[in-house]
Design a protein around this ligand. Structure first.
Ligand code: 3HC
Length: 328
Protein backbone atom coordinates (compact mmCIF):
# COMPACT_ATOMS: atom_id res chain seq x y z
CA UNK A 1 0.00 0.00 0.00
CA UNK A 2 2.79 2.40 0.92
CA UNK A 3 6.45 2.81 -0.01
CA UNK A 4 8.75 0.63 2.02
CA UNK A 5 11.80 2.29 0.48
CA UNK A 6 12.69 4.02 3.74
CA UNK A 7 13.26 0.82 5.73
CA UNK A 8 16.75 1.05 7.16
CA UNK A 9 17.43 4.38 5.35
CA UNK A 10 19.32 7.20 7.06
CA UNK A 11 16.49 9.50 8.10
CA UNK A 12 18.53 11.72 10.42
CA UNK A 13 17.68 15.44 10.34
CA UNK A 14 19.61 18.41 11.65
CA UNK A 15 17.33 19.47 14.46
CA UNK A 16 18.11 23.16 14.66
CA UNK A 17 15.69 25.51 16.47
CA UNK A 18 14.66 26.84 13.07
CA UNK A 19 13.89 23.36 11.70
CA UNK A 20 11.82 22.46 14.79
CA UNK A 21 9.88 25.73 14.59
CA UNK A 22 9.13 25.19 10.89
CA UNK A 23 7.99 21.65 11.57
CA UNK A 24 5.68 22.80 14.37
CA UNK A 25 4.28 25.53 12.07
CA UNK A 26 3.33 22.86 9.51
CA UNK A 27 1.59 20.89 12.26
CA UNK A 28 -0.23 23.98 13.53
CA UNK A 29 -1.39 24.73 9.96
CA UNK A 30 -2.91 21.19 9.85
CA UNK A 31 -0.58 20.08 7.05
CA UNK A 32 -0.11 16.33 6.79
CA UNK A 33 3.42 15.03 7.31
CA UNK A 34 4.32 12.45 4.65
CA UNK A 35 6.97 9.67 4.66
CA UNK A 36 9.63 11.56 2.68
CA UNK A 37 9.24 14.80 4.65
CA UNK A 38 11.93 15.72 7.17
CA UNK A 39 10.67 15.23 10.70
CA UNK A 40 12.19 15.36 14.19
CA UNK A 41 13.53 11.98 15.30
CA UNK A 42 11.31 12.09 18.40
CA UNK A 43 8.19 12.55 16.21
CA UNK A 44 9.26 9.56 14.11
CA UNK A 45 9.97 7.45 17.22
CA UNK A 46 6.62 8.35 18.80
CA UNK A 47 4.78 7.23 15.69
CA UNK A 48 6.79 4.02 15.34
CA UNK A 49 6.01 3.18 18.99
CA UNK A 50 2.34 4.04 18.74
CA UNK A 51 1.55 2.57 15.30
CA UNK A 52 3.62 -0.55 16.10
CA UNK A 53 1.73 -1.02 19.38
CA UNK A 54 -1.53 -0.49 17.55
CA UNK A 55 -0.63 -3.04 14.83
CA UNK A 56 0.40 -5.64 17.44
CA UNK A 57 -2.89 -5.04 19.30
CA UNK A 58 -4.92 -5.77 16.18
CA UNK A 59 -3.07 -9.03 15.54
CA UNK A 60 -2.97 -10.22 19.16
CA UNK A 61 -6.62 -9.13 19.40
CA UNK A 62 -7.55 -11.87 16.90
CA UNK A 63 -6.71 -14.53 19.51
CA UNK A 64 -9.42 -14.12 22.20
CA UNK A 65 -12.19 -14.02 19.58
CA UNK A 66 -10.64 -16.58 17.24
CA UNK A 67 -11.07 -18.93 20.18
CA UNK A 68 -14.85 -18.92 19.54
CA UNK A 69 -15.04 -19.27 15.75
CA UNK A 70 -15.57 -23.04 15.81
CA UNK A 71 -18.09 -22.76 18.64
CA UNK A 72 -20.31 -19.90 17.42
CA UNK A 73 -23.92 -20.93 18.10
CA UNK A 74 -25.27 -20.37 14.56
CA UNK A 75 -24.08 -19.94 10.99
CA UNK A 76 -25.06 -16.23 11.08
CA UNK A 77 -22.94 -15.65 14.19
CA UNK A 78 -20.04 -17.67 12.78
CA UNK A 79 -19.98 -15.67 9.53
CA UNK A 80 -20.02 -12.35 11.40
CA UNK A 81 -17.28 -13.45 13.80
CA UNK A 82 -15.09 -14.79 11.00
CA UNK A 83 -15.46 -11.50 9.11
CA UNK A 84 -14.62 -9.51 12.22
CA UNK A 85 -11.50 -11.50 13.09
CA UNK A 86 -10.38 -11.28 9.47
CA UNK A 87 -10.89 -7.49 9.53
CA UNK A 88 -8.62 -7.24 12.58
CA UNK A 89 -5.91 -9.10 10.66
CA UNK A 90 -6.32 -6.59 7.82
CA UNK A 91 -6.03 -3.66 10.26
CA UNK A 92 -2.78 -5.09 11.58
CA UNK A 93 -1.43 -5.28 8.02
CA UNK A 94 -2.34 -1.66 7.10
CA UNK A 95 -0.80 -0.50 10.34
CA UNK A 96 2.45 -2.45 9.90
CA UNK A 97 2.63 -0.92 6.40
CA UNK A 98 2.05 2.57 7.82
CA UNK A 99 4.82 2.01 10.40
CA UNK A 100 7.18 0.73 7.67
CA UNK A 101 6.94 4.13 5.95
CA UNK A 102 8.80 5.51 8.98
CA UNK A 103 11.81 3.28 8.30
CA UNK A 104 11.19 0.34 10.62
CA UNK A 105 10.77 -3.21 9.27
CA UNK A 106 8.02 -5.63 10.13
CA UNK A 107 10.63 -8.16 11.29
CA UNK A 108 12.02 -5.61 13.73
CA UNK A 109 8.55 -4.76 15.07
CA UNK A 110 7.69 -8.44 15.47
CA UNK A 111 10.95 -9.16 17.29
CA UNK A 112 10.19 -6.31 19.68
CA UNK A 113 6.72 -7.72 20.36
CA UNK A 114 8.05 -11.22 21.00
CA UNK A 115 10.87 -9.98 23.26
CA UNK A 116 8.42 -7.89 25.32
CA UNK A 117 10.03 -4.58 24.30
CA UNK A 118 6.97 -3.45 22.33
CA UNK A 119 3.60 -3.32 24.01
CA UNK A 120 0.14 -4.29 22.79
CA UNK A 121 -3.18 -3.32 24.33
CA UNK A 122 -3.76 -4.51 27.89
CA UNK A 123 -7.31 -5.55 26.98
CA UNK A 124 -6.23 -8.63 25.05
CA UNK A 125 -4.77 -10.28 28.15
CA UNK A 126 -8.19 -11.26 29.50
CA UNK A 127 -9.75 -14.66 28.76
CA UNK A 128 -12.98 -15.36 26.84
CA UNK A 129 -14.64 -18.22 28.76
CA UNK A 130 -18.23 -17.72 27.51
CA UNK A 131 -20.00 -16.86 24.26
CA UNK A 132 -21.19 -13.56 25.81
CA UNK A 133 -17.55 -12.45 25.90
CA UNK A 134 -17.72 -12.17 22.12
CA UNK A 135 -20.64 -9.75 22.47
CA UNK A 136 -18.89 -7.80 25.22
CA UNK A 137 -15.69 -7.49 23.20
CA UNK A 138 -17.51 -6.19 20.11
CA UNK A 139 -19.66 -3.77 22.09
CA UNK A 140 -17.11 -2.49 24.62
CA UNK A 141 -13.62 -3.17 23.25
CA UNK A 142 -14.41 -2.16 19.69
CA UNK A 143 -16.58 0.67 21.07
CA UNK A 144 -13.60 1.97 23.06
CA UNK A 145 -11.35 1.48 20.03
CA UNK A 146 -13.66 3.64 17.88
CA UNK A 147 -13.72 6.40 20.51
CA UNK A 148 -9.91 6.41 20.52
CA UNK A 149 -9.41 5.90 16.80
CA UNK A 150 -11.87 8.29 15.13
CA UNK A 151 -9.70 11.25 16.24
CA UNK A 152 -6.66 9.39 14.84
CA UNK A 153 -8.20 9.84 11.34
CA UNK A 154 -7.04 13.47 11.84
CA UNK A 155 -3.57 12.49 13.02
CA UNK A 156 -0.83 14.72 11.58
CA UNK A 157 1.01 11.75 9.99
CA UNK A 158 -0.66 11.09 6.62
CA UNK A 159 -0.27 7.29 6.28
CA UNK A 160 -1.59 6.65 9.80
CA UNK A 161 -4.51 9.06 9.38
CA UNK A 162 -5.54 7.51 6.06
CA UNK A 163 -5.24 3.92 7.34
CA UNK A 164 -7.51 4.81 10.25
CA UNK A 165 -10.43 5.84 8.01
CA UNK A 166 -11.12 2.32 6.81
CA UNK A 167 -10.23 0.80 10.18
CA UNK A 168 -12.85 2.97 11.90
CA UNK A 169 -15.57 2.04 9.39
CA UNK A 170 -14.91 -1.65 10.08
CA UNK A 171 -14.69 -1.15 13.86
CA UNK A 172 -18.12 0.44 13.67
CA UNK A 173 -19.54 -2.79 12.18
CA UNK A 174 -17.75 -4.75 14.92
CA UNK A 175 -19.27 -2.62 17.67
CA UNK A 176 -22.77 -3.08 16.28
CA UNK A 177 -22.46 -6.84 15.90
CA UNK A 178 -21.28 -7.06 19.52
CA UNK A 179 -24.09 -4.90 20.84
CA UNK A 180 -26.69 -6.82 18.82
CA UNK A 181 -25.30 -10.09 20.21
CA UNK A 182 -25.57 -8.77 23.78
CA UNK A 183 -29.10 -7.51 23.09
CA UNK A 184 -30.16 -10.98 21.86
CA UNK A 185 -28.78 -12.57 25.02
CA UNK A 186 -30.64 -10.10 27.25
CA UNK A 187 -33.85 -11.01 25.39
CA UNK A 188 -33.24 -14.73 26.05
CA UNK A 189 -33.76 -16.91 29.11
CA UNK A 190 -32.46 -16.19 32.61
CA UNK A 191 -29.19 -18.07 32.02
CA UNK A 192 -28.52 -16.10 28.85
CA UNK A 193 -29.24 -12.78 30.60
CA UNK A 194 -26.93 -13.77 33.45
CA UNK A 195 -24.21 -14.71 30.96
CA UNK A 196 -24.46 -11.24 29.33
CA UNK A 197 -24.33 -9.49 32.71
CA UNK A 198 -21.34 -11.58 33.80
CA UNK A 199 -19.44 -10.68 30.63
CA UNK A 200 -20.20 -6.98 31.14
CA UNK A 201 -18.98 -7.25 34.75
CA UNK A 202 -15.67 -8.72 33.60
CA UNK A 203 -15.02 -6.46 30.56
CA UNK A 204 -16.20 -3.04 31.78
CA UNK A 205 -13.19 -2.01 33.87
CA UNK A 206 -10.53 -3.44 31.49
CA UNK A 207 -12.27 -1.51 28.66
CA UNK A 208 -11.87 1.74 30.60
CA UNK A 209 -8.18 0.89 31.08
CA UNK A 210 -7.70 0.64 27.30
CA UNK A 211 -7.55 4.44 27.08
CA UNK A 212 -4.27 4.39 28.98
CA UNK A 213 -3.17 5.79 32.33
CA UNK A 214 -4.79 8.91 33.80
CA UNK A 215 -3.58 12.16 32.22
CA UNK A 216 -1.48 12.91 35.29
CA UNK A 217 0.56 9.70 34.62
CA UNK A 218 0.56 9.79 30.81
CA UNK A 219 4.18 10.37 29.75
CA UNK A 220 3.52 10.96 26.06
CA UNK A 221 0.17 12.76 25.85
CA UNK A 222 1.32 16.39 26.06
CA UNK A 223 3.91 16.10 23.31
CA UNK A 224 1.69 13.88 21.14
CA UNK A 225 -1.12 16.42 21.38
CA UNK A 226 1.25 19.27 20.52
CA UNK A 227 2.23 17.31 17.40
CA UNK A 228 -1.47 16.61 16.70
CA UNK A 229 -0.88 12.87 16.72
CA UNK A 230 -3.39 12.60 19.57
CA UNK A 231 -6.31 15.02 19.53
CA UNK A 232 -7.78 14.20 22.96
CA UNK A 233 -6.21 13.10 26.21
CA UNK A 234 -6.67 9.61 27.68
CA UNK A 235 -9.11 10.90 30.35
CA UNK A 236 -11.15 12.93 27.84
CA UNK A 237 -11.68 9.88 25.63
CA UNK A 238 -12.46 7.65 28.61
CA UNK A 239 -15.15 10.10 29.76
CA UNK A 240 -16.69 10.23 26.28
CA UNK A 241 -16.79 6.42 26.21
CA UNK A 242 -18.51 6.16 29.60
CA UNK A 243 -21.07 8.79 28.61
CA UNK A 244 -21.87 7.01 25.34
CA UNK A 245 -21.97 3.47 26.76
CA UNK A 246 -23.98 3.76 29.98
CA UNK A 247 -27.28 4.52 28.14
CA UNK A 248 -26.61 1.57 25.79
CA UNK A 249 -26.39 -0.76 28.81
CA UNK A 250 -29.59 0.68 30.25
CA UNK A 251 -31.41 0.17 26.96
CA UNK A 252 -30.79 -3.58 27.02
CA UNK A 253 -31.39 -3.95 30.74
CA UNK A 254 -27.81 -4.51 31.89
CA UNK A 255 -26.25 -2.92 34.98
CA UNK A 256 -22.81 -1.36 34.98
CA UNK A 257 -20.60 -2.97 37.66
CA UNK A 258 -19.88 0.37 39.30
CA UNK A 259 -21.76 1.51 42.43
CA UNK A 260 -20.23 4.99 42.11
CA UNK A 261 -21.63 5.61 38.63
CA UNK A 262 -23.96 8.60 38.68
CA UNK A 263 -25.10 11.44 36.44
CA UNK A 264 -23.40 14.77 37.09
CA UNK A 265 -24.91 17.88 35.47
CA UNK A 266 -21.73 19.88 35.81
CA UNK A 267 -19.46 17.59 33.74
CA UNK A 268 -18.52 18.32 30.12
CA UNK A 269 -18.85 22.11 30.51
CA UNK A 270 -22.36 21.87 31.87
CA UNK A 271 -23.67 19.41 29.23
CA UNK A 272 -23.59 16.64 31.87
CA UNK A 273 -21.87 13.29 32.04
CA UNK A 274 -21.26 10.35 34.34
CA UNK A 275 -19.04 10.32 37.39
CA UNK A 276 -17.53 6.86 37.71
CA UNK A 277 -15.61 4.85 40.31
CA UNK A 278 -11.86 4.54 40.81
CA UNK A 279 -10.07 2.40 38.19
CA UNK A 280 -7.72 -0.24 39.59
CA UNK A 281 -4.48 1.16 38.13
CA UNK A 282 -2.41 -1.50 39.90
CA UNK A 283 -4.21 -4.12 37.85
CA UNK A 284 -3.60 -2.07 34.67
CA UNK A 285 0.17 -1.83 35.25
CA UNK A 286 0.37 -5.50 36.25
CA UNK A 287 -1.21 -6.47 32.93
CA UNK A 288 0.91 -4.00 30.93
CA UNK A 289 4.06 -5.40 32.54
CA UNK A 290 3.20 -8.93 31.39
CA UNK A 291 1.49 -10.39 34.46
CA UNK A 292 -2.11 -10.50 33.26
CA UNK A 293 -4.12 -13.71 32.98
CA UNK A 294 -3.32 -14.36 29.32
CA UNK A 295 -0.05 -12.49 28.57
CA UNK A 296 2.06 -15.63 28.37
CA UNK A 297 -0.45 -17.50 26.16
CA UNK A 298 -0.77 -14.54 23.78
CA UNK A 299 2.98 -14.20 23.25
CA UNK A 300 3.40 -17.97 22.96
CA UNK A 301 0.73 -18.03 20.21
CA UNK A 302 2.36 -15.13 18.32
CA UNK A 303 5.78 -16.76 18.60
CA UNK A 304 4.46 -20.05 17.24
CA UNK A 305 2.71 -18.29 14.33
CA UNK A 306 5.91 -16.35 13.50
CA UNK A 307 8.03 -19.52 13.57
CA UNK A 308 5.49 -21.65 11.68
CA UNK A 309 5.22 -18.95 9.01
CA UNK A 310 8.99 -18.66 8.45
CA UNK A 311 8.91 -20.98 5.40
CA UNK A 312 6.21 -18.83 3.77
CA UNK A 313 8.30 -15.69 4.18
CA UNK A 314 11.39 -17.50 2.85
CA UNK A 315 9.48 -18.92 -0.13
CA UNK A 316 7.99 -15.49 -0.96
CA UNK A 317 11.41 -13.84 -0.87
CA UNK A 318 12.93 -16.60 -3.02
CA UNK A 319 10.07 -16.25 -5.51
CA UNK A 320 10.46 -12.44 -5.64
CA UNK A 321 14.22 -12.81 -6.19
CA UNK A 322 13.60 -15.30 -9.03
CA UNK A 323 11.06 -12.97 -10.68
CA UNK A 324 13.53 -10.11 -10.44
CA UNK A 325 16.33 -12.22 -11.91
CA UNK A 326 14.06 -13.39 -14.76
CA UNK A 327 13.03 -9.81 -15.51
CA UNK A 328 16.69 -8.72 -15.58
N1 3HC B 1 -2.24 -1.22 27.06
C1 3HC B 1 -0.89 -1.36 27.07
N2 3HC B 1 -0.05 -0.30 27.23
C2 3HC B 1 -0.62 0.92 27.38
C3 3HC B 1 -2.01 1.12 27.35
C4 3HC B 1 -2.83 -0.01 27.19
N3 3HC B 1 -4.16 0.07 27.20
N4 3HC B 1 -2.25 2.44 27.51
C5 3HC B 1 -1.06 3.05 27.64
N5 3HC B 1 -0.08 2.12 27.56
C6 3HC B 1 1.36 2.36 27.70
C7 3HC B 1 1.88 3.31 26.63
O1 3HC B 1 2.21 2.60 25.45
C8 3HC B 1 3.10 3.90 27.33
O2 3HC B 1 4.17 2.96 27.36
P1 3HC B 1 5.48 3.09 26.38
O3 3HC B 1 6.08 4.42 26.67
O4 3HC B 1 6.33 1.94 26.75
O5 3HC B 1 4.96 3.00 24.98
C9 3HC B 1 2.64 4.01 28.76
O6 3HC B 1 1.59 3.06 28.91
C10 3HC B 1 2.15 5.40 29.14
O7 3HC B 1 0.98 5.74 28.41
P2 3HC B 1 0.77 7.11 27.62
O8 3HC B 1 -0.59 7.61 27.92
O9 3HC B 1 1.90 8.06 27.89
O10 3HC B 1 0.90 6.59 26.10
P3 3HC B 1 0.25 7.15 24.76
O11 3HC B 1 0.28 8.65 24.74
O12 3HC B 1 0.87 6.43 23.64
O13 3HC B 1 -1.30 6.73 24.88
C11 3HC B 1 -2.76 5.10 23.82
C12 3HC B 1 -1.68 5.36 24.89
C13 3HC B 1 -4.00 5.89 24.16
C14 3HC B 1 -3.05 3.60 23.79
C15 3HC B 1 -2.20 5.60 22.46
O14 3HC B 1 -0.94 5.02 22.21
C16 3HC B 1 -3.07 5.30 21.28
O15 3HC B 1 -4.08 5.96 21.08
N6 3HC B 1 -2.66 4.34 20.43
C17 3HC B 1 -3.31 4.03 19.18
C18 3HC B 1 -4.48 3.14 19.33
C19 3HC B 1 -4.12 1.80 19.91
O16 3HC B 1 -3.00 1.35 19.94
N7 3HC B 1 -5.13 1.11 20.40
C20 3HC B 1 -4.93 -0.18 21.01
C21 3HC B 1 -6.20 -0.91 21.01
S1 3HC B 1 -6.23 -1.86 19.57
C22 3HC B 1 -7.70 -2.09 19.20
O17 3HC B 1 -8.39 -1.31 19.66
C23 3HC B 1 -8.02 -3.25 18.30
C24 3HC B 1 -9.43 -3.35 17.96
O18 3HC B 1 -9.59 -4.39 17.11
C25 3HC B 1 -10.34 -3.52 19.11
Amino acid sequence: MYSQGLIGADTATKETAEFLAEFQARIDAEEKIEPNDPMPQAYRNTLIRMIGQHAHSEIVGMLPEGNWITRAPSLRRKVALLAKVQDEGGHGLYLYSAAETLGVSREQMTEELLSGKAKYSSIFNYPTPTWADIGAIGWLVDGAAIMNQVPLCRCSYGPYARAMIRVCKEESFHQRQGYELMKSLTEGNEDQKAMAQDALNRWWWPSLMMFGPPDSDSQHSDQSMKWKIKRFSNDELRQKFVDATVPQAELIGLTMPDPDLKWNNSLNNGAGGYDFGEIDWDEFWRVVKGHGMMNKDRIRARKKAWEDGAWVREASLAYAAKQKANAA
